[in-house]
Design a protein around this ligand. Structure first.
Ligand SMILES: *Cc1c(COP(=O)(O)O)cnc(C)c1O
Length: 395
């Protein structure tokens, strides 16, 4: 039986009656842009993540862009961000006219390396965009103290991590702004594009609110040049149905991660990344390769609540593509997030280059396997035996 990397129907179809009723309610309301459904959704998300203001927007990308615009980031500014992330993180920075300055990552937690960020900061640096990659928080204490020291704004890219926690606080609620995405493959997956921008700052919220709708207030009076970053009422209404189930989805992802970890660690050649080796907890040399290790499993740090948007394994010794081929042959869905770090993307060719050795190595080593909540016991075991078969063929 094939195991897909993600099966959105397994999550959405059990809710189809409620989703249809919701569609009918919105249809009958005749209100399709923003409105009450959206505001109710915003209140519910604000409560879940513990923030004062939540603004629904058109996508996670637009949430990041809107945050940068509200902070006045633009031409001549530099913004620090990881290179090992989805394109939108840096694409938004470039779209404001600012320059994304790429920072290396930690090979243990995959998140931004603050020591490297410190090396890349200049007098032009205005902000930093930490990404909570794969559902695990970046080291926000380090980000916030670095930002405070240099008067930088902080925009948390929580597109993959809504509901994930750092020392008890929801990601997105710690910096000046937090951005979430409801793209269907994210943990709170919608029915099309959608996103949310959150902040605890009243004046930033007000600015973002205006910019979301062409910088307009009152109607047809434009104080700023904003955009159309509005949210569909239908999207918000449908997402409210899934938001009620969200805790359960997260618990299942966590249980799946735990099961994989327990079972895979019993196999010869499999090790788990060690929290103590994390370059972003303490400055130290990274224990990059464990002896005789072939696969390195991800680790959830004790101070984090990891929500496992992806379960991302490092395949050592240049075997990643062989591993990928093997899984594909066995019908196991898998993918590489991300095969090309952003500093090596063609569109950023004009940005001065620094070597980012960890990002470059991760791009060669990583592969994500199915972790979605609705995986059955049989499917999980099938993934595990496919991994086992690969390891056995290598001895
Ligand atoms: C998905 C994603 C985004 C963009 O979200 P969209 O809703 O697809 O626009 C931004 N950053 C990261 C890290 C993401 O994974």
């Amino acid at each position: 039986m094939p195991v897909p990397l993600l099966d959105v129907n397994a999550q959405n179809l059990p809710l189809q009656d409620e989703l249809r009723a919701t569609f009918d309610r919105v249809l009958q309301s005749g209100r399709f842009i923003m409105g009450e459904e959206m505001e109710a959704f915003e209140r519910e998300v604000a409560e879940m993540v513990g923030v004062k203001h939540a603004l629904s927007v058109s996508s996670g990308t637009d949430a990041i862009l809107l945050a940068l615009m509200a902070l006045g980031i633009g031409e001549g500014d530099e913004v620090l961000c990881p290179s090992f992330t989805f394109f939108a993180t840096a694409g938004c920075i470039a779209r404001t006219g600012a320059t994304p300055v790429f920072v290396d990552s930690c090979p243990v937690c995959f998140n931004i390396d603050l020591e490297d960020a410190a090396k890349k900061r200049t007098a032009k640096t205005k902000a930093i965009v930490p990404v909570h990659l794969f559902g695990q928080a970046a080291d926000m204490d380090a980000v916030m103290s670095f930002a405070a020291e240099h008067s930088l704004k902080v925009i948390e890219d929580g597109a993959q991590a809504i509901g994930a926690k750092y020392k008890g606080k929801s990601v997105g609620s710690i910096g000046d702004f937090g951005a979430y995405s409801f793209f269907p493959s994210k943990n709170l997956g919608g029915f099309g594009d959608g996103g949310m921008l959150v902040t605890n700052n009243d004046s930033l919220a007000e600015m973002a609110l205006m910019l979301r709708n062409h910088g307009m207030n009152p109607k047809y009076y434009h104080k700023y040049v904003g955009g159309n970053f509005r949210c569909d009422a239908l999207q918000a209404a449908l997402l409210r149905v899934k938001l009620r189930e969200y805790t359960g989805y997260t618990e299942k992802r966590q249980a799946n991660a735990q099961y994989y970890t327990e079972k895979l660690l019993q196999l010869e050649g499999v090790v788990q990344a060690q929290q103590e080796d994390c370059g972003c907890l303490e400055s130290q040399t990274l224990k990059y390769q464990a002896d005789a290790a072939k696969l390195v499993l991800p680790v959830a740090y004790d101070h984090n609540e990891h929500i496992w948007n992806q379960f991302t394994i490092r395949v050592l010794d240049g075997q990643r593509d062989a591993f990928r081929e093997h899984l594909t042959e066995k019908g196991i869905g898998c993918d590489t997030y991300y095969p090309v770090p952003l500093h090596q993307q063609e569109c950023f060719a004009d940005i001065p280059k620094h070597a980012l050795p960890v990002c470059e190595q991760l791009a060669q080593e990583v592969i994500s396997i199915p972790i979605y909540p609705e995986l059955t016991q049989g499917q999980k075991d099938e993934v595990i035996s496919a991994v086992q078969a690969f390891l056995t063929s290598k001895v």
